[in-house]
Design a protein around this ligand. Structure first.
Ligand SMILES: *[C@@H]1O[C@H](CO)[C@@H](O)[C@H](O)[C@H]1NC(C)=O
Ligand SMILES: *[C@@H]1O[C@H](CO)[C@@H](O)[C@H](O)[C@H]1NC(C)=O
Ligand SMILES: *[C@@H]1O[C@H](CO)[C@@H](O)[C@H](O)[C@H]1NC(C)=O
Ligand SMILES: *[C@@H]1O[C@H](CO)[C@@H](O)[C@H](O)[C@H]1NC(C)=O
Ligand SMILES: *[C@@H]1O[C@H](CO)[C@@H](O)[C@H](O)[C@H]1NC(C)=O
Ligand SMILES: *[C@@H]1O[C@H](CO)[C@@H](O)[C@H](O)[C@H]1NC(C)=O
Ligand SMILES: *[C@@H]1O[C@H](CO)[C@@H](O)[C@H](O)[C@H]1NC(C)=O
Ligand SMILES: *[C@@H]1O[C@H](CO)[C@@H](O)[C@H](O)[C@H]1NC(C)=O
Ligand SMILES: *[C@@H]1O[C@H](CO)[C@@H](O)[C@H](O)[C@H]1NC(C)=O
Length: 349
């Protein structure tokens, strides 16, 4: 595992000079047809970190999170620190709302990221040296050829004041809200006619890391706002609570049906909806394809246009929950390097 860690880190190092994100995944369904299925959340959950850790999240190996009256505490005290938690289940379109305070400290990056196995990504990020804005960003299929996607809506002191950050993600748009006010809308067609539009099942990764570490590339340090003065540590991100709503409520797993990365190719297992147009052999697994579906088009539309299929491609799997959020010290999974987040994460080795 160690060598894999190093080679992934080296890869990320290359990309980190580009400042913006490059991710890696433990199994990219666009190049590997035997990736395990994603476990579906399939419902709405509320996580209240003021009452302690949540079974909905896995704390990254090598990471320690503490909990208090302000919720989950992602504390940075040294250069090599990265604090990351990753949701165990995936959502296939949905709404995610988090109440948090970003970490202070120049070069410190607080992040809230939704990311899929084929590297679609939707982000919030806060720079510790900037107490007036939050960054919104997105990536489609790991495409990092351009770096003009971020926006910086103003927020009143995100480090000292609790704010509610919401992402509403459908097959037609992504909307970012701060305290209920819409700060950005990305339409499917805005993102390279959909090609770069995030549209595959996502996990949620929350983290705090040192973008301004001494050994970071100058590009990353610059983006992060400068070198971090660790004598001013600790730098703490507080996550009070969050609500995660999966707009697809009918399945137990999500599986890539082909290598397009299109949302229409995602197979929702155990979907309860049935097509009236299909006479396909009905299988005991009840696997259902989302064919040109309207899945997740809006929260009021939970339906799937689907056809029953005898495909057995959705071998149910719970192993996806072992996907780790970031390559950090001691993280022997070393599988996922966060994007926007990630340009820094991998470099702590
Ligand atoms: C494809 O994914 C499977 C399951 O994760 C893995 O065992 C296999 O090594 C992968 N194949 C390639 C070529 O990466
Ligand atoms: C914070 O970021 C915004 C957007 O990039 C920028 O306009 C502003 O000058 C920054 N403030 C500080 C203190 O760096
Ligand atoms: C990646 O995004 C760029 C910029 O939007 C675009 O020109 C390019 O075609 C995309 N590449 C792929 C493989 O989609
Ligand atoms: C940074 O935030 C911490 C809480 O995380 C606080 O104790 C400290 O005073 C803050 N430092 C500055 C310079 O604002
Ligand atoms: C999250 O915390 C905020 C601020 O304390 C509170 O108003 C809200 O009710 C909480 N939400 C949940 C779902 O616990
Ligand atoms: C789906 O179709 C199968 C076979 O026709 C039927 O047994 C099942 O009840 C249907 N499920 C729903 C939710 O309509
Ligand atoms: C479904 O989508 C495929 C390719 O995206 C297209 O060729 C086909 O015509 C569509 N079918 C319907 C019924 O819209
Ligand atoms: C869709 O799901 C949302 C949340 O799970 C629920 O509030 C809504 O009533 C559902 N809509 C339909 C048409 O089932
Ligand atoms: C479908 O649901 C059943 C019962 O909940 C479960 O045992 C089975 O593993 C599920 N199938 C898949 C493919 O997830």
């Amino acid at each position: 595992m160690r060598s894999q860690v190093l080679s992934l880190a080296a890869t990320a190092l290359t990309f980190s000079s580009l400042v913006l994100g490059q991710t890696s995944t433990d199994c990219d369904p666009l190049t590997n047809t035997t990736c395990p299925s994603d476990t579906a959340l399939g419902k709405t959950i509320t996580v209240d970190f003021t009452s302690g850790e949540s079974s909905e999240f896995t704390v990254d190996t090598g990471t320690t999170i503490t909990y208090g009256d302000d919720g989950a505490e992602f504390i940075i005290t040294s250069d090599g620190d990265a604090r990351t938690i990753v949701s165990n289940n995936y959502i296939f379109f949905g709404k995610v709302e988090v109440v948090l305070k970003a970490a202070n400290g120049t070069g410190i990056v607080s992040s809230f990221v939704m990311e899929s196995d084929d590297l679609d990504e939707i982000d919030w990020e806060w720079l510790g040296g900037n107490a007036t804005v939050v960054e919104t960003n997105y990536f489609g299929k790991g495409n990092t050829t351009t770096y003009n996607r971020a926006t910086y809506p103003t927020v009143n002191d995100p480090q000292d004041i609790w704010h509610t950050y919401t992402i509403d993600w459908t097959s037609e748009y992504i909307k970012w809200y701060v305290d209920g006010s819409l700060v950005r809308t990305l339409l499917y067609s805005d993102a390279l006619d959909g090609k770069n539009f995030p549209q595959t099942p996502m996990k949620i990764k929350i983290g705090n890391w040192v973008g301004g570490a001494a050994d970071e590339s100058t590009g990353t340090v610059e983006w992060a706002g400068g070198y971090t003065d660790l004598t001013e540590a600790p730098f703490t991100m507080y996550v009070k609570n969050l609500t995660i709503e999966d707009y697809t409520t009918s399945g137990t797993t999500y599986t890539y049906g082909d290598e397009t990365g299109d949302y229409t190719s995602i197979i929702i297992s155990n979907s309860t909806s049935n097509s009236t147009t299909s006479s396909g052999t009905s299988s005991s697994s009840g696997t259902t394809y989302a064919v040109n579906s309207t899945v997740g088009t809006s929260s009021s539309d939970n339906s799937t246009t689907s056809s029953t299929s005898s495909s057995t491609s959705s071998s149910s799997s719970s192993t996806v929950s072992s996907v780790s959020g970031a390559s950090i010290p001691g993280d022997d999974m070393a599988t996922t390097l966060l994007a926007a987040v990630g340009f820094g994460f991998a470099l702590f080795l």
